[in-house]
Ligand binder design. Structure first.
Ligand code: GLY
Length: 264
């Protein structure tokens, strides 16, 4: 079993989550997948199970109403980054998603002071991986250097270090790298070669199971997509409880477990 870090229990203890109901238009969102159109009813069932799982782990969950005009809006993670001391409202990289932030901002103000990213910068929260007092921010088709700069300016005063990570494979950084507790990352080969991640133990994803890299760590429980046996076996070596959820419909729209909520 790997050693637990002090911060597993302090800086990254999540009490709250914000999510948004998927709408019947969810199949009209952005996707690079060739898995076919998602079934809206099954998407909703998978989302409901996800919310029940977060509640079961003791989080207080705010579920916002659906937004049919924004078919990707249940991927709420892309609209903000929330830490213990702050919330940063992003300026999402995809033009069709920029209107999603307007209805998130007032909800964030209930919990944190909010810094708004400018229209000159671009960032999706799916590119932002928080581990203790560090942020790793993917440079992708959705997040640019101006986005990293503005984000760093917002969080460095609170003692965070921000590293930009070049990502050539995958939609977002968290499509391919995630923290799974006990100083361990699950990541693909590209991530494993990146010196920024050298200080962590690595679970390296099999190429055929890269999707399952989008595993969610919540207060020392792991939530992972079902149907990825090689990844499951690797996650079991961390020694934490593991819950498996069916994300087959969510995956069709390039979504994963981290995308479906903001956790803080
Ligand atoms: N469908 C999620 C995204 O492309 O942002």
């Amino acid at each position: 079993m790997l050693a637990a870090t002090f911060y597993d229990f302090i800086a990254m203890h999540f009490q709250n989550a914000i999510a948004r109901l998927p709408s019947a238009t969810c199949g009209q969102g952005l996707t690079t997948s060739s898995l076919g159109a998602p079934d809206a009813q099954r998407t909703r069932q998978q989302f409901d199970t996800y919310i029940s799982t977060l509640l079961g782990l003791g989080l207080t969950v705010t579920v916002l109403p659906e937004q049919p005009a924004f078919p990707d809006s249940h991927f709420v993670e892309d609209t903000a980054v929330v830490g213990p001391e702050f919330a940063v409202l992003t300026h999402p990289g995809a033009p069709s998603r920029r209107g999603e932030t307007a209805t998130i901002e007032p909800v964030l103000w209930r919990y944190r002071g909010v810094t708004r990213m400018s229209a000159n910068a671009h960032m999706d929260g799916g590119d932002v991986l928080m581990v203790d007092k560090r942020f790793f921010v993917g440079l992708t088709s959705r997040t640019d250097e101006a986005g990293v700069r503005e984000f760093a300016a917002a969080v460095e005063p609170f003692g965070y270090r921000v590293d930009a990570i070049e990502v050539s494979d995958g939609l977002h950084l968290k499509s391919i790298v995630n923290y799974v507790g006990r100083n361990t990352l699950i990541l693909n080969e590209e991530g494993a070669r990146n010196p920024a991640f050298a200080g962590f133990s690595h679970l390296i994803l099999d190429k055929a199971e890269e999707y399952a890299g989008n595993t969610l760590w919540i207060n020392d429980t792991l939530i992972t997509p079902s149907g990825y046996p090689d990844t499951l076996a690797k996650l079991q070596t961390v020694g934490l409880p593991i819950l498996q959820l069916d994300t087959s419909e969510i995956k069709k729209m390039d979504g994963g477990l981290t995308c479906l909520s903001l956790r803080f």
